[in-house]
Design a protein around this ligand. Structure first.
Ligand code: NAP
Ligand code: GDD
Length: 322
């Protein structure tokens, strides 16, 4: 009998890559989506797996819905990737963000406890929880200091995950993932905004790129490698929390330079700094220490910064060119 995995957030970047990975490992994959007027399956379509997974509506804001889906699917593993995941929007919509990204996790964990506490649980935690960093680099032992409603909601979700592990013995893991990107990244996130606009400028469709804080630094990795770490966390003898990162940091400016130079353009001729994209409170520097993941999971990133920028620009050039 193949194992059944339930992935929330199947329409998102990580949901699509994780579904593809689990299918390749022989899992039966159920992906859940929230009801919208038009279901967007672009990413699972792009990866050619739409017909290989079962799709089911489930909203993290609805406790009854969650319990019914868990009861029907009876998964061995639940990967909770669904969230209001855009930091900038969380300042505009703090309550909805708290309800989905924070309380949604409590609903899911409660559902697992009620339906079957043997279900293994993966929580998509984030380096944003380190926020105003208290230590460089950040590891599993670094104190948290969230700087946005999104980060505060994720921190609540992180501690709920730890609590259900300690209080009810649920096999629950929190993956503290640093930024990970790909050609499937949402267009509002800075990396994809840059690579998409660079491709459009190269093709003569646009002539400027408006950005906010160019000095912010992030530890950017390649998403398909990060979903492998999620799976590994649920295959260990004991549940635990892990930082997943490259161990390198680069500024938004460096990303911009690398993307423009990949297509032989000078970024200074196109980039306009627009304060409209500044955040009320910024996370200035993130750099993770992935030692524990390397030692315990045997996980390590493979794609470096330059290769990541190049593959994202190339994918956008191909798409825009069409
Ligand atoms: P994403 O592309 O924004 O995907 C988020 C998913 O959540 C989408 O499928 C979205 O559905 C779904 N969703 C939103 N509200 C929902 C609700 N009320 N009920 C059910 N589903 C809902 O995010 P991602 O980059 O794949 O990231 C996956 C997870 O990892 C997120 O939890 C994110 O916060 C976390 N994370 C991401 C990174 C990163 O760098 N990518 C790093 C650390 C942690 P729609 O398509 O309908 O919007
Ligand atoms: N989005 C965006 N748009 N960000 C910009 C822009 C712009 O025009 N200009 C500068 N930035 C800066 C932001 O201020 C931030 O410091 C940095 O670029 C990265 O922003 P995002 O790409 O939006 O990602 P994020 O780091 O805030 O959040 C992402 O990574 C987290 C993990 O650390 C999201 O995927 C979160 O869901 C995830 O938890």
């Amino acid at each position: 009998m193949p194992k059944t995995a339930l992935i929330t957030g199947i329409t998102g970047q990580d949901g699509a890559y994780l579904a593809k990975l689990l299918l390749s490992k022989g899992y039966y994959v159920v992906g859940t989506f929230r009801r919208t007027s038009m279901l967007n399956l672009e990413r699972v379509n792009y990866l050619g797996i739409k017909d290989k997974i079962e799709l089911m509506p489930m909203d993290l804001q609805d406790q009854g819905n969650i319990i019914k889906v868990l009861d029907k699917v009876q998964p061995h593993e639940v990967y909770n990737l669904a969230a209001q995941s855009f930091v900038a929007v969380s300042f505009e919509q703090p309550l909805v963000t708290g309800d989905i990204t924070g309380l949604g996790v409590a609903r899911l964990l409660e559902g697992i406890r009620i339906v079957n506490p043997e279900i293994k649980y993966y929580q998509a935690s984030t380096s944003e929880m380190f926020g105003k960093v208290q230590e460089v680099p950040q590891s599993e032992n670094t104190p948290f200091y969230p700087r946005s409603p999104y980060a505060a909601a994720k921190l609540y979700a992180h501690w709920m995950t730890v609590n259900y592990r300690e209080a009810y013995n649920v096999y629950a893991c929190s993956g503290i993932l640093f930024n990970h990107e790909s050609p499937l990244r949402g267009l509002e996130f800075v990396t994809r905004k840059i690579t998409n606009t660079v491709a459009r400028i190269k093709c003569g469709l646009e002539n400027e790129l408006r950005l906010g804080n160019l000095d912010a630094k992030r530890d950017w990795g390649y998403a398909p490698e990060y979903v492998e770490a999620m799976w590994l966390m649920l295959q260990q003898s004991k549940p635990d929390d892990y930082v997943i990162s490259t161990g390198e940091t680069h500024s938004v400016r460096e990303f911009v330079e690398a993307a423009f130079s990949h297509v032989n353009l000078d970024w200074r001729e196109y980039v306009v700094v627009d304060p409209a994209f500044y955040r009320p409170a910024e996370v200035e520097l993130l750099i993770g220490d992935p030692t524990k993941a390397k030692e315990r999971l045997g996980w390590q990133c493979k794609t470096d910064f330059k290769a990541l920028v190049g593959l994202m620009v190339d994918a956008d050039l191909k798409r825009v060119g069409k």
